[in-house]
Design a binder for this molecule. Structure first.
Ligand code: ARG
Length: 265
């Protein structure tokens, strides 16, 4: 049921991406009618300039993280098929998307996870036409060691279901939710080794439309940021008993690394 709605949502998102040149995503197609929707605020706060310097905004209305000077890690559902693609603009280095100090770079190639079919495997790499060497990259988790605890999420997406995209980057923290618990909420839809859930049972804090593709991250043993998730989907935003669902980066770390190498690093 929710899967079916997700498909519709994806089709709608694709349509928006195709018809609108820049983003304006989109009341999720599965949002309940207004009368039925509490004004769920995503529950975040403004990020400070420089706090998450690896954050990327993509012109189709998604987030991403700088994986290497030339590569942005995002969600498969944010991009089209693998191949040459010069139509995406990445904005980097700023919390304010209108800032005159923003860096803007075009894409020249998209690599979408092999086997991606709308369910799981929700990752992709976008190659930038010009390397960005003035910003730090975000390293990815290569084992499940950090697939627990409290995570930070960030993005320019909606602050409530059906809400507007944001000019200023926002952040929130959300606790890990086990696959078993997440599957009990989502009726078994979670692909345990490909997806990782996070959120409060009471709701109130979550990623939302337009945050997709952005990183979910935490501190590692050396107190460095490490990416454990990619914002992927959820039933609405911040609803009780519907945590956010994120791509489990550790599962795909070696596939991401090989793809990155094949794209020139
Ligand atoms: N699929 C959404 C996007 O394209 C992200 C949804 C995240 N939803 C959530 N409840 N955590 O931006």
């Amino acid at each position: 049921m929710v899967r079916w709605r997700r498909l519709i949502g994806r089709l709608a998102a694709a349509l928006v991406a195709v018809t609108a040149g820049s983003f304006v995503l989109a009341v999720p197609a599965h949002a309940k009618p207004a009368s039925d929707v509490t004004p769920y605020v995503v529950g975040g706060t403004l990020a400070a300039q420089g706090e998450f310097p690896f954050m990327v905004r993509l012109s189709m209305g998604c987030g991403g993280a700088l994986y290497s000077p030339r590569l942005v890690l995002t969600a498969a559902h944010c991009v089209g098929r693998t191949g040459t693609n010069t139509s995406i603009t990445a904005t980097l280095g700023v919390v304010d998307l209108q800032s005159s100090s923003r860096i803007q770079v075009r894409s020249n190639y998209v690599y979408r996870a092999p086997g991606y079919n709308g369910s799981g495997k929700d990752w992709a790499l976008i190659r930038l036409a010009t390397p960005v060497t003035t910003l730090p990259t975000l390293k990815i988790a290569t084992s499940t060691a950090y697939d627990n605890g409290t995570f930070t999420v960030a993005g320019w997406g909606a602050t409530r279901e059906g809400g507007a995209q944001q000019r200023y980057l926002r952040k929130a923290t959300v606790p890990f939710v086990s696959d078993a618990t997440c599957n009990s909420y989502y009726g078994g839809q979670i692909i345990a080794n490909e997806e990782i859930c996070a959120g409060y049972a009471s709701g109130g804090v979550d990623t939302c439309q337009g945050d997709s593709g952005g990183p979910m991250f935490r501190r590692d043993a050396n107190n460095a940021w490490i990416q454990v998730g990619i914002t992927s989907w959820g039933n609405g935003c911040a609803r009780p008993n519907y945590p956010g669902v994120y791509t489990q980066v550790s599962t795909f770390a070696s596939a991401i690394a090989s793809a990155a190498a094949s794209l020139g690093g």
